[in-house]
Design a protein around this ligand. Structure first.
Ligand code: PLP
Length: 434
């Protein structure tokens, strides 16, 4: 494992140099921040994978069963995607050559945009280099200073950053509380309103109350924007995502983000939306205009992914069955999971130190489970984020539960949430079987 920041690069001379003109030295700031990170167990490490085959990885010479990836449908190494990308690279090369608006827009990009728009039943789509860029683009293109961007407290960082960069007023409502969103929309009557939410929350796994949020947006002349990063391929009929699962279409949810790097197993992102909204974003969004287009071969691989995600209902059925098995087993072991019916199954353990220790304990038993700490989650909300994918089998889930069971009493002492009953929870309604 290699630390992202290497403290040894900050030498004593730079740290001790005088503060000329009262100006704060950047080196001094970096040093203080590094010390603070270490004290609070907040240093992040990049794990190097030397091999990966489905849910099995080799890291630091150790074979681990991976319960941390977002490859929910198990598509990222699908032979049809790999060979489609190889053939496309033979034909059209690696790089796109330029940005979309100059000469980097290829027929493969158009084909992917059309296919995703057709899948989701939206008039138009626009391809981006990543979901992060697309979220910046939406806020920057649609909002101005004085506008209001209403967001769930647990929205992904890229949505928050987008509103900040757009210099809009960022107003955050308590997690999942559509009634609070309504009150805040009423309290901020001036300026245009964008109501942005994750469809499935990336660190909690629960689903946004989209029907109610759509009503808030409608009643306040706002535009509802749903980030489907963790829902596409997983929820809704044909894997069309959380908005489709809630029965919303372009009239109620005029703009959606589909990321290509999670259940779709590739890389990049596509906005789908009403034609006028997409056209405005294409014309004005800096994260769209001023960056090189996605490699066309990647777009071809994603075309295969969309086809598989759309047709392979068995993948969603298998996921639903793994999720049910894991939750049932966790309850029997006394593990207090958050109330999630999606492949994201978080186990709160409280402190950062405890979360890191829990991940290490599982690693020693052969399991890769990410410890998630602030600022990815609120202070005190450190957790293990367990994700299930189609590459897992029942025996993998059982093996993880067996490894977790003896550790459960120590985690339980520190966790805040109550055990979650599996009967009647969100599972059936949120992971579509069709
Ligand atoms: C909810 C959500 N939105 C957007 C993104 C960004 O997408 P990408 O990884 O394609 O940049 C992520 C994660 O990466 C996410 O979890």
């Amino acid at each position: 494992m290699s630390a992202v920041i290497d403290n040894t690069s900050i030498n004593d001379t730079t740290i001790n140099s005088p503060r000329g003109n009262g100006r704060l030295s950047i080196h001094q700031r970096l040093h203080e921040a590094a010390v603070q990170r270490a004290e609070q167990d907040l240093v992040r490490h990049r794990r190097e994978l030397t091999q990966r085959k489905d849910a099995r990885v080799l890291s630091d010479g150790q074979r681990l069963l991976n319960f941390s990836s977002n490859d929910y449908l198990g598509l990222s190494q699908h032979p049809a995607m790999v060979s489609a990308m190889q053939v496309a690279a033979q034909n059209c090369g690696v790089g796109a050559g330029a940005s979309h608006m100059v000469c980097g827009h290829h027929a493969e990009h158009t084909a992917l945009e059309r296919t995703i728009a057709d899948w989701l039943g939206y008039p138009r789509a626009l391809l981006f280099g990543s979901g992060y860029l697309a979220n910046l683009a939406v806020a920057q293109a649609l909002l101005r200073a004085g506008d209001v961007c209403l967001q769930d407290k647990l929205n992904h960082a890229s949505l928050i950053d987008g509103a900040r960069l757009a210099q809009a007023q960022l107003v955050r409502y308590p997690h999942g509380a559509a009634s609070a969103a309504r009150r805040q929309a009423e309290a901020h009557p001036d300026g245009a309103l964008l109501l942005a939410t994750d469809g499935v929350f990336s660190m909690d796994g629960d689903v946004a109350p989209l029907g109610e949020l759509a009503a808030v947006a409608r009643d306040h002349r706002g535009l509802l924007y749903v980030d489907e990063a963790h829902a596409i391929g997983v929820l809704g009929p044909q894997g069309r995502g959380s908005a489709a699962a809630a029965g919303l279409g372009p009239a109620e949810a005029p703009l959606l983000l589909v990321t290509l790097g999670k259940a779709l197993g590739g890389y990049g992102a596509v906005l789908v939306g009403q034609a006028a909204v997409i056209e405005h974003i294409a014309q004005t969004a800096r994260p769209y205009i001023y960056t090189t287009a996605l490699p066309p071969a990647l777009a071809v691989a994603s075309l295969v992914a969309v086809k598989l995600a759309r047709q392979d209902n068995w993948r969603r059925a298998k996921l639903a069955s793994l999720i049910a098995r894991f939750r049932r087993g966790a309850l029997e072991c006394g593990l207090r999971l958050l109330d999630s019916g999606t492949p994201i199954q978080p186990l709160p353990v409280g402190s950062n130190t405890l979360a890191l220790q829990a991940a290490r304990d599982l690693e020693a038993r052969g399991f890769l489970v990410a410890a998630i700490r602030p600022p990815s989650v609120p202070e005190g909300g450190a957790r293990l984020r367990i994700t299930l994918t189609v590459s897992h089998e029942n025996q993998d889930v059982d093996a993880l539960l067996d490894a977790m069971e003896p550790l459960a009493p120590a985690w339980r002492k520190h966790a805040h949430s109550e055990p979650v009953a599996i009967e009647g929870d969100a599972r059936e309604s949120s992971v579509a079987l069709t």
